[in-house]
Every structure is written in structure tokens, then in C-alpha cells.
Design a protein around this ligand. Structure first.
Ligand SMILES: C[S@@+](CC[C@H](N)C(=O)[O-])C[C@H]1O[C@@H](n2cnc3c(N)ncnc32)[C@H](O)[C@@H]1O
Length: 321
């Protein structure tokens, strides 16, 4: 009998989710909708309740092994710091977190690594929530800013960090340029992002096209880059020293998708806390989470890591790398 409860629950969630998903269709329409979506997702508190203060995937090790969902997210930040060589930066180095959510990563970077963090998001609601979650005296400050036209002068930061913000950017070339523009010569850029397989070499097939379209429409994504395409865009700015280094962390992050759905089952208090409308809002994300699992598991999507060092101004002006 007990053996039937969990599959039964999963099936009911999937059916309820599919119905809610179909009757509340979403389409990406503008950068404005990104800000509005994050404001709403922040205001109702549902995303924070299930995902915690880190709105990004977890790192489950290589090879991936079972882990606590929230711990995996903290671990991701530490893995990204190590992979990017940021643990060798001196305390007090300045860091810009582009697309900071409600500041989960920013606080780890300030508290555990001593960075002076400035963190930006397009969502005023996230700035308010991030500021409320940040203890007084912590060196992390939050502001509304658009990654497509950052308000900082050239060469402002020792480090630029961006985690899972890229798919929201309407123009990836502008995003690449802005990330490097505000970095000081010799400064480090580290980016972690959802990407699509490079379709210049293997075009999307009959089932991949509609799946990709759903992944774009559901969570306010104008477009995903490919790992190859975005590293080419970074290099094309002429502002990187040497080649951009990349890695594929799809396998390390893959358990996050099903773990997200599992949170809804093992934390039923959410049902009471957010009521019936909260239940519908949460459950409508189940099909998208499953499509994400399918896409990242099949190679249609890839979790891309990028690191680069900003060239000196003289070299970039000459277009040398
Ligand atoms: C998936 S969340 C990642 C949040 C955060 N990096 C984290 O790891 O918790 C994407 C973030 O990108 C931000 N974002 C999207 N478009 C943006 C833009 N044009 N300028 C600045 N931030 C943007 C969103 O507001 C959100 O904070």
C-alpha cells in the first residue's frame, strides 16, 4: 500500500501540474517581463520557500551523488569560486554579482571569501528582499541595474561574477561586452549559465524545437546561448587575455531538477503556507522542471562554465588576446 503512495503522489502532481500549465500559458515578451516575473516570484515567497535564498542549481559532485538540495546550492558557489580561482583573491577585492537574485551567492562571497560585493538585479523586489536578508555590517550591497547597460564606469571591479542570469539577456553580445567592460585589467570573470547545444553543428530536431520553445517561454528567457557561442562572444570583445576557458557541469547539476520537485513532496507545509493558489502556482512548474531534466539529461541543454581574465587596456585596444 505504502509503495503506491509516492508514485500516486508524483502522478497526481504531474497531472495537476500539466492542467495548470496548459490553462495558464506563458510567453516571453520583453525584458520588462523578466523584472515583473522576478518581482512576483519574490513577493509571494514560494520560490524562496522551496529553493531557499539561492536561485540556482546545486552541485552534486563529480560524479553526482545524493545530497541535501540546499547544501548542494551552497556547494555550487564554493565550487564556482574554486574553479574560477577566486579563492586566491585578496580579502577586500571588489566583486560585481550580475543577476544576483535575492543575494544567496553574494552573501557567501562576502562572508566566506571577504569580497566587497556589489550585486545587481533587474527586479526591485529582489533588491528589497536581498537587502532584508543581509545582516548589517556584511560587505554586500544590492541595487537595481540592467546587465544590458550597467551603470558602472569601465574597469570598476576586480572580479565579475554571474550565475544563471545569461538566459534572460536579450542580446548575448552586449551581455558579454558589459561583463568585461566593468572588469579591471587583470581582473577575473566567472560565469555559470544554462546553455543550449550548439545548433550550428547539430540543428535541433523535431522534438527538441518545441521543448526548447517551452523552456524559453516558461521562465522569461529570450534565448539560450551555446557554450561555444558565448565563449566566442566573450573573445570577440577583444577584452580577454588568452582564451576563455569553459567547462560543462551538466552532470554535476543534473539532480537539481528532480530534487526541486521532491521539495514539494517532502515539504507539504508549503501547501498550508501558500494556500490553494500557491499550490497551483507551484504545481504548474512541475512540467517545466521535467522538461529541463529531459533537456539537460539528453544534451539539448548544457550547464556552461566560463572563466576569463581581462586584458590590459593597451592590448584590448589593439584587439590582442
Ligand atoms: C535565475 S536568477 C539567478 C539569481 C542568482 N544569480 C542566484 O544564483 O541566486 C536570474 C537573475 O538574473 C536577473 N536578471 C535577469 N535579467 C537581468 C538584467 N537584464 N539585468 C540584471 N539582472 C537581470 C534576475 O532578476 C535574477 O536575479
Amino acid at each position: 500500500m505504502n509503495l503506491l503512495i509516492i508514485p500516486g503522489l508524483l502522478l497526481s502532481l504531474l497531472v495537476a501540474g500539466a492542467v495548470a500549465y496548459l490553462i495558464t500559458a506563458r510567453r516571453y515578451n520583453s525584458a520588462n517581463s523578466v523584472a515583473t516575473s522576478y518581482d512576483e516570484w519574490t513577493q509571494d515567497g514560494i520560490l524562496e520557500f522551496y529553493w531557499g535564498e539561492h536561485i540556482h542549481l546545486g552541485h552534486y559532485g563529480s560524479p553526482a551523488r545524493p545530497k541535501d538540495f540546499r547544501q548542494a546550492k551552497y556547494d555550487f558557489v564554493h565550487e564556482m569560486v574554486r574553479w574560477g580561482g577566486l579563492d586566491r583573491c585578496p580579502p577586500g577585492a571588489t566583486l560585481l554579482d550580475v543577476g544576483c537574485g535575492i543575494g544567496g551567492s553574494s552573501r557567501v562571497l562576502a562572508k566566506d571569501y571577504g569580497f566587497e560585493v556589489t550585486a545587481v538585479t533587474i527586479s526591485p523586489g529582489q533588491v528589497a528582499r536581498a537587502s532584508a536578508l543581509t545582516p548589517a555590517g556584511m560587505s554586500a550591497k544590492f541595487m537595481v541595474d540592467d546587465a544590458m547597460a550597467l551603470s558602472f564606469p569601465d574597469a570598476s571591479f576586480d572580479v565579475v561574477w554571474s550565475l544563471e542570469a545569461g538566459p534572460h539577456m536579450p542580446d548575448k553580445a552586449v551581455f558579454a561586452r558589459e561583463l568585461l567592460r566593468v572588469l579591471k585589467p587583470g581582473g577575473r570573470l566567472v560565469v555559470g549559465d544554462w546553455n543550449q547545444r550548439d545548433d550550428r553543428y547539430q540543428p535541433l530536431n523535431f522534438w527538441e524545437k518545441p521543448v526548447m520553445q517551452q523552456l524559453l517561454d516558461q521562465w522569461s528567457h529570450p534565448k539560450f546561448s551555446s557554450i561555444e557561442g558565448f565563449s566566442e562572444l566573450l573573445e570577440a570583445t577583444g577584452m580577454t587575455r588568452c582564451r576563455v576557458e569553459t567547462a560543462d557541469w551538466s552532470q554535476e547539476t543534473l539532480p537539481s531538477w528532480l530534487d526541486s520537485i521532491w521539495q514539494g513532496i517532502i515539504r507539504p507545509q508549503g501547501l498550508v503556507k501558500f494556500g490553494f493558489s500557491g499550490f497551483i502556482k507551484s504545481v504548474r512548474e512541475v512540467p517545466t522542471l521535467l522538461l529541463m531534466r529531459l533537456a539537460f539529461g539528453s544534451g539539448l541543454c548544457r550547464f556552461g562554465m566560463f572563466k576569463a581574465v581581462r586584458a590590459s587596456d593597451a592590448a584590448s585596444a589593439l584587439g590582442h588576446r
